[in-house]
Design a protein. Structure first.
Length: 268
């Protein structure tokens, strides 16, 4: 079983520290991974990114990056689409310096368009990014937890098959709430893993993990793993049973506590 478990951003026990110190805390805790949060702004320059990347390499900590929340590749406003493209390109460039394997992107909203029209515009913009910024760093397109957001399982599979510069990011909490609490069994987790394995050809999965407060098919807020909605003990069992290779990023409010809890579930 090849599973790296980590957190989204600097761990809570290192708050107030810089990213390098956060990486050292993760190593001390026995965690394997950090998804650096550029969701508000890209706070590293190339020199500091190179330093962070070297620290991560020295410690054996894997890196990905989360791009800005202020992205909508299907906006009705062309200037918003163009700004979104720039934010993704800027994140790709700093991720290359860091040595990160992918950046995570929320592709956008339907924005009053049909789902098909939104898909076509998002695909066109992802293709344009590939021309503007050819990169070995993949654009990870995340499954989303609101009905107004682009990012159903079907849409992510289709886009990742159509755009070679993308890979799926499976947020199981988002899938669960978008499908009105659909994930209830080990088989439910396994069926999602298997769809991405069979239909996209994945042999390694990038996973986001948090329980969710939700209503009417929409995410409201993140909850600790011991809320069991969905029950990530079942995901641990699915991973164990099938030997999936995964990077699992804990986004719960209890971050490293819950990441370590999940690691214990993987062993039980």
């Amino acid at each position: 079983m090849d599973v790296n478990v980590g957190v989204s951003g600097i761990p809570l026990s290192a708050k107030g520290s810089d990213t390098g110190a956060g990486l050292r805390v993760l190593k001390e805790l026995g965690l394997d991974f950090m998804e650096i949060q550029f969701s508000r702004n890209i706070y590293l320059n190339p020199d500091s990114a190179r330093t962070v990347g070297n620290i991560a390499k020295e410690l054996g900590i894997g890196l990905t990056c989360h791009a800005s929340y202020y992205i909508n590749l299907a906006s009705q406003k062309i200037e918003v689409q163009e700004a979104s493209i720039k934010r993704i390109v800027d994140t790709l460039r700093i991720a290359e310096v860091l040595g990160a394997k992918l950046i995570v992107v929320h592709a956008g909203y339907y924005s009053g368009r049909s789902h098909e029209e939104a898909y076509d515009i998002i695909k066109s913009n992802i293709d344009a990014i590939g021309v503007k910024c050819p990169s070995k760093v993949k654009i990870g397109i995340e499954t989303m937890g609101k009905q107004k957001s682009f990012g159903s399982v079907d849409e992510i599979i289709r886009l990742c098959n159509d755009c070679p510069n993308t890979v799926p990011v499976i947020d199981f909490g988002h899938v669960h709430v978008r499908e009105f609490g659909s994930i209830k069994t080990v088989c439910d987790f396994t069926s999602i893993f298997e769809r991405f394995k069979d239909e996209v050809g994945l042999d390694e999965f990038h996973v986001h993990m948090s329980c969710m407060k939700h209503a009417n098919g929409n995410e409201i807020s993140h909850l600790p793993l011991e809320s069991f909605d969905p029950d990530f003990r079942l995901m641990a069992k699915s991973i164990r049973n099938n030997g999936y290779k995964c990077s699992v990023v804990c986004e719960s409010p209890l971050m490293e506590h819950d990441a370590l809890l999940f690691k214990s579930w993987l062993k039980s």
